[in-house]
Write a protein that binds this ligand. Sequence first.
Ligand SMILES: NC(=O)c1ccc[n+]([C@@H]2O[C@H](COP(=O)([O-])OP(=O)(O)OC[C@H]3O[C@@H](n4cnc5c(N)ncnc54)[C@H](OP(=O)(O)O)[C@@H]3O)[C@@H](O)[C@H]2O)c1
Length: 308
Amino acid sequence: MTQTSSHQPAGSAPVLVLAAGGTVAGATLDELRRRDVAVRALVRRPRPADDPGIEWVVGDLRDPGVLTAALRGVRTVLYVTPHENDETAMADLVVRATRAAGVRLVFVGVHVSTRTVRGWLLHHVFRLLLPAYVPKLKIGRMVERTLPDAALVVPSNFYDNDLTFLTDIEAGEYPTPIRRVNRVAVSDIAEVCADALTDPAFPAGTHGVSGPASLSGEESAAAWAEALGRPVRYVGNDPEAWEAALCRGIPEGKRRRDWRNSFRALGRMSMKTSPRDVEETTRLLGRPPLDYRSWVAAQVRSRAEVGS
Ligand SMILES: NC(=O)c1ccc[n+]([C@@H]2O[C@H](COP(=O)([O-])OP(=O)(O)OC[C@H]3O[C@@H](n4cnc5c(N)ncnc54)[C@H](OP(=O)(O)O)[C@@H]3O)[C@@H](O)[C@H]2O)c1
């Protein structure tokens, strides 16, 4: 394990962010940085920039020695389970190391709590409908069973997935197959994670994080068209266009396969937004979750600012 830089403010134990270069973990790191929280961040590749307030640790999650050392002296740890073939074995290592260190885990992933009869039934329906998600569901269950004080943050579909296909969208085609599903901003997920990592009173257990509404692919395309001021056509019902966009956007590997499986299901299934989930997200954030049109408009504005 190599440390590339270390500038910890004295006085408070740091929060550990594992796999800190990922979408949700990286956004949480940014949120913690905004709040001036001391952070230790584990990444696979060294970071070039000197980053005050962040203690960068370079190492692989598969190495139990790296995990044990990274967990030493931290107050909480964030783990967003990555798209890797050995995701279950990696999560097992993280859960064991976290338990051995006596550190509270904040977990982000796909999860349906089996603590209620309704949850148990839903868990099994999910397993039947989405067999590719069985390992992910196992991971959540393992966290829930092994670490009673863990906070499990369970987000819906990310708005930020669109950024993977920005070139297609800017060229006038919205490629992602979406029949109708709840979508949420990664920045909102990151705020909830930052609270869970820093507030000892943040309740243990499962917390769904949802956006305000379920959206179709056509509605998603229309929001981009409005923000860009030119037509954006939904082509998510054309499997060839989707496969081509997927291959352009994501390198061959588990992540691409997971996205292919997810959107195969999301292109067919319509999922209503649960008012209870929106209420819980609003309570956790202390405000309503960001709506999709505002998120899209902000993306277009920030790209225009960078370009000008
Ligand atoms: N996308 C959605 O709409 C959605 C919705 C709900 C739930 N989810 C769940 O969210 C999770 C993915 O989150 P994400 O998109 O934030 O992840 P992500 O962007 O794919 O990031 C994964 C990170 O894990 C790191 N990593 C992988 N293997 C590692 C190892 N052995 N050691 C150290 N680091 C390692 C990667 O490092 P490198 O940067 O070095 O590659 C990468 O930074 C999945 O479980 C998915 O099912 C996604």
